[in-house]
Design a protein around this ligand. Structure first.
Ligand code: ASP
Length: 305
């Protein structure tokens, strides 16, 4: 199976992934963190866009499952010589990969790749489209922290316009019973936001009754050559930035990373014990091991050795 959108998964699939992740989290606490689950399988990570957390965790996840893992980056590959995505995929197909984990700057690129390969394609972020594995690791982090998902209240704040995380999280969080809302200036909301069927607020007062404030990065690299949607970063951070003082006691903060300290959140809040940012990263490795296992062999019991 492929994992292209969070909509590809039912609530039952997501629960199965959580059970698998619990097992893989335990594997990560052992002195020898490797299991034979995917021995003999080939995983290709194709990253056409920058990444730290996603690439590292997918690479480590494959290696800890004993798969043969190969990384391809756009710079240094034939893509930089003008090879089309279709031809790159067809070339790789000759090596019979089992899984292709792909990040691309264009919405829909992973879906296109899935047409030309017999491998399971996992979308690791396609432009401003989707980032389903981020959504799954965020859900898992929430469940580990609160012990439940149903009925939690989460506000997603900031640059929704250019965020694939916001799109996957709104749909995935809602699927699992989370009460989700978007908060930010209207210039950072995408056209057609009405179709997302989610409450949108233009005031930080909307954070008052939530359990979790989920901050989005200001995606400056995507604004190149266009009129910036906010007058200045300093003003954005003054009006919309989150600091310790703006957080109610008991509330948690999440962020998909990389964070811009001093823009969407203050440095001291990033380091505060109410921040789940590193907890998300830890969850990410276990969840990505579960995803690799699930797309190849969707059985609830993993061989965790
Ligand atoms: N790491 C996330 C992504 O790849 C969020 C971000 O870059 O702001 O979409």
């Amino acid at each position: 199976m492929h994992l292209l959108s969070i909509d590809d998964l039912s609530t039952g699939d997501i629960e199965t992934l959580f059970q698998l992740s619990d097992g893989f989290l335990e594997v990560a606490s052992r002195p020898i963190k490797k299991v034979p689950t995917l021995r003999g399988r080939t995983q290709v990570n194709m990253f056409f866009e920058a990444s730290t957390r996603t690439l590292t965790s997918f690479e480590l996840a494959g290696k800890r499952l004993s798969a043969d893992v190969v990384n391809i980056k756009a710079s240094g590959s034939s893509v930089s010589k003008g090879e089309s995505l279709k031809d790159t995929i067809l070339t790789l197909e000759s090596y019979r990969p089992d899984i292709i984990v792909m990040r691309h700057h264009q919405v829909g690129a992973c879906r296109l790749a899935a047409r030309y390969t017999g491998a399971s394609v996992v979308n690791a972020g396609d432009g401003a489209g989707e980032h389903p594995t981020q959504c799954l690791l965020d859900l898992y982090s929430l469940r580990r922290t609160f012990g439940r998902l149903d009925g939690l209240k989460v506000a997603i704040v900031g640059d929704v316009l250019r965020s694939r995380v916001a799109r996957s999280n709104v749909f995935g969080f809602r699927k699992m019973g989370i009460d989700v809302r978007l908060v930010g200036p209207p210039t950072l909301m995408p056209p057609g936001i009405g179709r997302w069927n989610v409450p949108v607020y233009q005031d930080l007062a909307a954070l008052e009754d939530v359990d979790v404030v989920y901050l989005l990065r200001m995606q400056l690299e995507r604004a190149r050559g266009r009129v910036p949607p906010v007058p200045s970063l300093r003003e954005y951070s003054r009006v919309w930035g989150l600091s310790r003082q703006r957080l109610r006691p008991g509330q948690k903060v999440m962020h998909p990373g990389p964070i811009n300290r001093g823009v969407e959140l203050s440095g001291d809040l990033a380091d505060d014990d109410r921040s789940l940012i590193l907890h998300q990263v830890e969850s990410g490795l276990a969840v990505r091991m579960a995803i690799l296992y699930h797309v190849l062999a969707p059985h609830p019991e993993a061989d965790t050795g």
